[in-house]
Design a protein around this ligand. Structure first.
Ligand code: AQP
Length: 335
């Protein structure tokens, strides 16, 4: 079914490679959804700088993230795939929205509380505090109907909805109020060495993180060394058997098998066999994506050209919204 509903999502260019959670929890659903929606996918570099980034590395990570979107099947001729900072309207709308956001309201965001506690007050920027307001601007600029996010981002989409409704009530109907589409629990991937923590680009140790751009032999080893338990039975139990459950989630996401089918497939077989099957499924999935991403990165000028064309498309939509916003709040038009 193709609708004209608009979809918006993005990822931070916060590492050289995306990880398996980004792939399974975001890129796979995005790829599926791009056929059904008018989709905008952005590489949110302005969000990434809310924590310190090395300038040269940030540029490279931005290209690498975009290349991985395309390699994973996001088609830049179908979806609008662009770099957030290339469209200046994001920061302007974020400022305007910050003036209707309550200080207490922003302070209640759990991601800010978690991250600021981790970094300490002196290393916590105002940008990290206003991160959800920038995210609201990203979404509202494009008159977005649907935002696919992990459940950790749900609170930010709720804030976006509140801001859209508040603005519309105060200044007249300007924004579409977006709906979050929360991926099911099944789409959450955990660290292979610490299967109660989500797999993350910024994990302290990389031993339990599967990188999309890693050599497949490294990925294979990490899977064979994944933490399991001494029970020896392939059975889905997130509480009692988080390591096995996580491997089942990865295997199921890549093969389309249900938990029950996986339990049947490996009944009476040990973890060694099961891990080999997971390894083979991950390697078969990642290898072509990795090869395609590296090929795209071999021609950065062409990649930059594609991103510029898409930034132009995004800008057209964003500028229309921003012009309306400026008029509605009473900013004098430049003569
Ligand atoms: N472990 C995960 N399982 C399922 N989905 C995941 N996502 C991230 N980790 C998992 C989804 O990937 C997208 C990436 O969003 P992001 O780059 O803005 O940051 P994030 O969610 O904080 O992801 P990371 O990898 O942990 O990045 P860092 O370390 O930079 O914070 C989102 O759609 C997210 O749900």
């Amino acid at each position: 079914m193709v609708t004209t509903e608009r979809l918006y999502s993005g990822m931070q260019p916060s590492a050289d490679s995306l990880q398996a959670g980004n792939y399974i929890g975001a890129l796979l659903p995005w790829r599926r959804m791009q056929a059904e929606y008018d989709a905008f996918f952005s590489v949110v570099d302005l969000h990434a700088i809310t924590v310190p980034q090395d300038p040269a590395e940030l540029r490279e990570k931005t290209r690498r993230t975009a290349a991985q979107y395309i390699a994973a099947g996001i088609e830049p001729s179908k979806s609008t795939l662009y770099v957030q900072s290339h469209v200046k309207a994001h920061t302007e709308l974020a400022w305007i929205l910050s003036t209707i956001t309550g200080f207490g309201e922003a302070g209640r965001m759990t991601q800010f509380k978690d991250k600021s506690q981790r970094f300490g007050e002196s290393a916590t920027s105002v940008g990290l505090f206003t991160y959800p307001v920038l995210m609201a601007a990203d979404i509202l600029l494009y008159q977005t109907d649907v935002v696919p996010v992990g459940d950790d981002q749900k609170q930010h989409v709720e804030l976006t909805r509140d801001l859209a409704e508040r603005f519309n009530a105060r200044f007249g109907k300007t924004f579409v109020v977006p709906k979050p589409v929360i991926a099911a629990e099944a789409a959450r991937i955990y660290d292979l060495q610490n299967p109660t923590s989500k797999m993350s680009k910024s994990a302290e140790s990389h031993a339990g993180v599967l990188w999309l751009l890693d050599d497949v032999s490294v990925t294979a080893k990490k899977i064979m060394r994944a933490v399991t338990d001494s029970d020896g039975v392939v059975r889905y139990d997130r509480e009692a058997k988080p390591g096995v459950a996580n491997l089942m989630t990865i295997y199921g996401a890549l093969t389309g098998s249900t938990h029950a089918a996986i339990e049947d497939e490996f009944a009476g077989r040990g973890y060694g066999d099961f891990k080999k099957a997971v390894r083979d499924a991950v390697v078969a999935e990642f290898e072509p994506v990795r090869a395609k991403a590296l090929e795209l990165l071999d021609d950065p000028a062409e990649l930059d050209r594609v991103l510029a064309v898409n930034a132009g498309k995004a800008e057209e939509v964003a500028e229309r919204t921003l012009t309306d916003v400026r008029d509605r709040i009473g900013l004098l038009r430049r003569g």
